[in-house]
Design a protein around this ligand. Structure first.
Ligand code: ZN
Ligand code: ZN
Length: 134
């Protein structure tokens, strides 16, 4: 499988020669701000399958804690990926151009969700982190 993604203004793009896995959405207050949204939407990628195809020099990284960071386009502000120890760790699902053919499997930290968000009943939800990650 080959997946491509790009930022809102199109200056930065990437390609994944493979698949993404473990799509999740976190509703905690930190992720809401990091993603400027009701929740994060994020999936893991194999760093060896990920490559920037355009505009890499426009990327800026914000690190909220040592080792971890989010990389975004300095022109339009789209957050494209998460990095761990300077390696691409996962991608924001919103910037994908293609269908990754997976669904968000779990919604985590829903106890911290914003009051204005309504999560449908059929969604797999965890009050905090899923058990295997605690
Ligand atoms: Zn951009
Ligand atoms: Zn979170």
């Amino acid at each position: 499988m080959k997946l491509t993604g790009e930022c809102f203004c199109g200056s930065v793009s990437y390609e994944i020669a493979g698949t993404v896995r473990d799509a999740r959405s976190c509703h905690c207050s930190r992720c809401r701000k990091a993603f400027s949204s009701q929740a994060s939407s994020y999936a893991l990628v194999d760093p060896s399958e990920f490559s920037w195809t355009r505009g890499q020099e426009l990327l800026t990284t914000y690190s909220s804690e040592p080792g971890y960071g989010l990389r975004f386009c300095s022109k339009c502000g789209s957050t494209l990926c998460g990095v761990f120890n300077d390696q691409v760790h996962g991608i924001t699902l919103g910037c994908l151009n293609d269908d990754p053919q997976i669904e968000i499997a779990r919604h985590i930290f829903v106890d911290s969700k914003a009051n204005w968000e309504v999560i449908p009943d059929r969604v797999v939800q965890f009050a905090e982190g899923p058990p295997e990650e605690s």
